[in-house]
Design a protein. Sequence first.
Length: 284
Amino acid sequence: MRIMTDSREKQISAIDTFRSLHTSGCFVLPNPWDVGSAVYLEHLGFRALATTSAGFAFSQGLPDGVSAVSLEATLRHFREVVQATSLPVNADFQNCYADQPDDAEKNVRLCVATGVAGLSIEDSTGNNQTPLYERELAIERVRAARTAIDKSGLPVVLTARCEAWLVRHPEVPSIALDRLAAYADAGADCLYAPGVGEAEDIAAIVKAVAPKPVNVLVSSPGHDLTMERLTKLGVRRVSVGGALARVAWAAFMRAARGLASGSFEGLTDAASSAELNQIFSRRQ
């Protein structure tokens, strides 16, 4: 019983911290893909973390998507990351592994029970023919997630995502603005349109859902979306999705390809075992 009480108290504290981060300024929400990367990001001083469905899937040798990685494996991953760090953790819960609102509500309850401080629900179906859920169904799904969170008694931060840019919907940005505003009205605490990259579109989203906070995905360099610029646009949260995992994969792939051809040059920039041992020994 005491363990359950301690776990709930930890989750409540994490939720309070996570909510406070959204009230002013702009913070980076990096995305670890396993326990080790989560521990290292906490070591660097980040104030919160978010899981990445893509990064986790790749670590399991699977493609990204609910059809490849099971609900059970995903929930277990959330729990492992939460237990590995003292930081608030936001769960990338994709489409909640459910199409219908009742099923989404049930699965959100399971997600909350893993100890996360936040979770996201997206409106992508995973079906190329109809890539987004019909508008009213998408709204009902957000409302169902809100209901599940309220029933839990834990004010987990609910992020609602519109995937219109990622699925290359022909009516972006108008469809994203309409849906995000509707998701905010349906109970989402934070709004997110991954793939948006133009400053004017970001500013329009911030205005459409104000005063609720907006998350922006930055997954590559070489553009003018600096932290300073995003902060001035009114963005509260910046995440990187699977980018950190892909950076790690890129280094591994280069080194492995070199080994396959008889070269050891790819091992030149290997991390120090002593440094990693020092960081991870603190968990013992």
